[in-house]
Design a binder for this molecule. Structure first.
Ligand SMILES: [Zn+2]
Length: 706
């Protein structure tokens, strides 16, 4: 795997020294993080932690070093030693002990806050709000929020990182909260932004405001420059080290994942737990989002052991089943686990055993968790530029598809929209209202369809150019076979779809809807005019009609000829829904919409699936190739607390029948169930293996040596 790091898919990697290819990044599989608090020195027991790291078979650790608070005898001016430091060096002591355990050791810094004396000496290091006032820290009011894009980070934190690397020669430095805290109006930000863009700092969030658009891009460039500065300074001292900023995410994240994927030799996905109405597959989704641009490079999934809600009970302990399920979904989706604990002194020890059990399990499974590549054939596209320049509820469209693919048990990957020229691993690409697409991106899609890739697109996909400016017509009108009709209906009330059984015959899109004369429509639609005749459209429009008073609730027209799905069978297939089926599914979860979403993928894919799983329950199914094995992960999400945690207990499902198509004519040898520690019943017929899994509690892995 280490050899993959320098592969040609990541040419910008060369911006950084090439040493990382011989580096440590691919070795660790189980990470630990100990973030000390100010009063830990002299109070916490390092031996307790070394013992816990040993018992959990943790092979890498991230330890607090500096930034807001220094845990070593720093000599950098204004770098605040903890008042409890005295003559001690708790950071150095922890580093030495962890090295004796053979662990990879990286330092953690956090530069986002500082103290009065720093503000006195360098008022320009402090973040300034839109009213021109320096910003107090929202949670620790004796502190100040620092500017992420000015000299505090570029000069002061560079010194801090140099000192930490010189003194301890660590494997890397992980930097938390490094990218500022909202738009900063300090003198440096004003001047630098004006020089770079010609604009004053934007005061509105309107994405069509040229200053806002310029700021979205300028801020990114500052942060990439900062990352590169820190990384090169640290590598001058230790060529095998690297700087890992805490960054990355999906369509709603602010830093370009494509560049991040090119720059980072390893990355941490920091989605610590569920909060509010979060689903347990959200952890796996993070893994897929990162992998879309990181490729085969290691991705680590940070999970906390506490209750992660806006009230931030940072000293709390989450239920053990919740931790297990959250981490399982990450691991099944290629994340290497990283537990994080704040404070060296524990006030509640209930998390220790569940994490130890999980880590021992993953240590036993290690050979089968060293994935080479996923074998999914469906790609779900996410578009940061749609988030940046178009806005709207970009995630809801993605999440609707995500939930449907989970329910349908179809393995899939996520695809970054700026990598649409590298999609040959996929048979089908899904474009969930990817509104913003450049002409070049549209051309990549056109070529992919010409090579046999199928696409499914919804709603306003390709209706806006790369600046978020609306086009006269869809960029992909030729693929969809329809032109934009000039009108968008953003909020439909009481609208339906007629299911055209007679006209469409037994069209596979209508599987599961055989007895449905009509189903609910979505929430928004665009008017389109077909470029050619679409005979036998399976769905047609029943327009909105009154929903009150009840005497008025009848449609003036029982049906229309206005098609609401457009299917084209060429080299690759194209399915276009001129409405927001995905976002409506995420909001309403109508099973009729689920049938359409699943059927659309099966129709578009038009090949035997890599794996099918039959039996009860909701399962996240992923399929992987390792150096000399294949694995099928089954994560059991079946739970009354699935759509809002925390899970109270794990409820087993089974038996499950798994039918796996062996690719590339590989022969299977030994087949095992890693969690059950048994050899399952396996029937072979042609290229298929049929495996019976008697029961899955939280996470089972079918491991096939090949
Ligand atoms: Zn600033």
């Amino acid at each position: 795997m280490a050899a993959m790091i320098g592969c040609e898919a990541f040419p910008l990697r060369k911006l950084f020294a090439a040493e990382a290819s011989s580096s440590w990044v691919d070795k660790p599989m189980r990470w630990a993080q100990l973030t000390l608090v100010e009063d830990d020195p002299g109070k916490f027991d390092p031996k307790f932690w070394w013992d816990y790291f040993r018992r959990t078979k943790s092979d890498a650790v991230c330890l607090s070093a500096g930034g807001c608070v220094a845990y070593y005898p720093t000599t950098v001016q204004f770098h605040h030693r903890t008042p409890w430091l005295g003559e001690s060096d708790p950071f150095g002591e922890l580093v030495t002990g962890c090295r004796k355990l053979g662990m990879v050791v990286i330092a953690r810094t956090d530069p986002h806050a500082t103290y009065d004396d720093v503000k006195e000496a360098h008022p320009d290091w402090i973040a300034v709000d839109s009213g021109g006032k320096p910003r107090r820290h929202w949670a620790s009011p004796e502190m100040w929020v620092t500017c992420g894009l000015g000299p505090y980070n570029f000069d002061f934190m560079t010194e801090v990182h140099r000192e930490i690397m010189s003194k301890y020669r660590l494997d890397g430095i992980f930097i938390n909260r490094w990218d500022g805290s909202g738009t900063c109006f300090c003198e440096h930000c004003q001047k630098n932004f004006k020089e770079a863009s010609g604009h004053d700092l934007p005061r509105s969030e309107d994405r069509q405001n040229p200053a806002r658009r310029a700021h979205i891009l300028w801020r990114q460039q500052r942060l990439f420059d900062l990352w590169q500065l820190w990384d090169s300074e640290v590598r001058k001292i230790n060529a095998n080290a690297c700087v890992i900023p805490n960054t990355g995410g999906g369509a709603g994240s602010s830093l370009d994942m494509k560049r991040i994927g090119e720059l980072a030799p390893i990355l941490m996905a920091d989605r610590q737990a569920r909060r509010g109405l979060a689903v347990p597959w959200a952890n796996g989704k993070n893994g897929k989002e990162f992998r879309a641009t990181m490729g085969a490079k290691p991705i680590v999934g940070i999970f906390s052991v506490g209750v992660e809600e806006p009230y931030r009970w940072k000293d709390s302990v989450q239920s053990a089943p919740e931790i297990r399920l959250w981490v399982a979904d990450g691991v099944a989706n290629g994340l290497r686990p990283w537990f994080t604990k704040f404070a060296g002194t524990l006030r509640d020890e209930r998390w220790l055993r569940p994490v130890e059990e999980l880590y021992q399990r993953y240590a036993n499974w290690e050979k089968y968790l060293r994935n080479v590549k996923p074998l999914a054939r469906v790609g779900l596209v996410y578009s940061q530029q749609t988030g940046w320049f178009h806005g709207g509820n970009v995630e809801a469209h993605i999440d609707g598809w995500y939930q449907a693919l989970i329910e349908a048990r179809i393995p899939f990957e996520m695809v970054h929209d700026r990598k649409l020229d590298q999609v040959d691993a996929f048979k089908t690409l899904i474009l969930p209202n990817v509104a913003v697409l450049s002409d070049e991106q549209c051309e990549h899609l056109r070529k992919a369809v010409g090579r046999g890739t199928s696409i499914i697109a919804t709603y306003e996909t390709s209706l806006y150019d790369e600046d978020g400016v609306r086009r006269k017509n869809f960029g992909l009108a030729d693929l969809f076979g329809v032109d934009y009709g000039g009108r968008t209906e953003p909020r439909m009330q009481n609208a339906y779809l007629a299911v055209e059984h007679k006209r469409a015959g037994n069209h596979p899109l209508l599987k599961g809807l055989e007895d449905a004369p009509r189903i609910i429509h979505g929430i928004a639609r665009v008017e389109v005019s077909p470029r050619r005749e679409f005979a036998n459209a399976p769905l047609t429009l029943i327009p909105s009609y009154p929903d009150l008073p009840m005497e008025k609730v009848y449609p003036p027209r029982e049906r229309t000829d206005i098609a609401q799905v457009f299917l084209t069978e060429g080299t690759g297939r194209v399915c276009y829904f001129p409405w927001d089926i995905d976002r409506a599914f995420w909001e309403v979860l109508s099973v009729d919409h689920f049938h359409l979403l699943r059927n659309a993928v099966e129709w578009a894919n038009n090949e035997p699936p890599i794996v099918t799983v039959s039996g009860p329950g909701v399962l996240d199914v992923t399929v992987w190739r390792q150096a000399s094995s294949m694995t099928v992960h089954l994560v059991n999400l079946t739970n009354p607390m699935m759509m809002k945690g925390p899970v109270r207990e794990l409820l087993p499902v089974g038996p499950l029948k798994v039918r796996l198509r062996m690719p590339e004519a590989v022969k299977s040898r030994n087949v095992q169930l890693l969690a059950a520690r048994t050899k399952p019943r396996v029937e072979r017929s042609g290229e298929h293996l049929a495996i019976t899994v008697p029961s899955v509690l939280d996470h089972e892995v079918i491991a096939i040596d090949i």
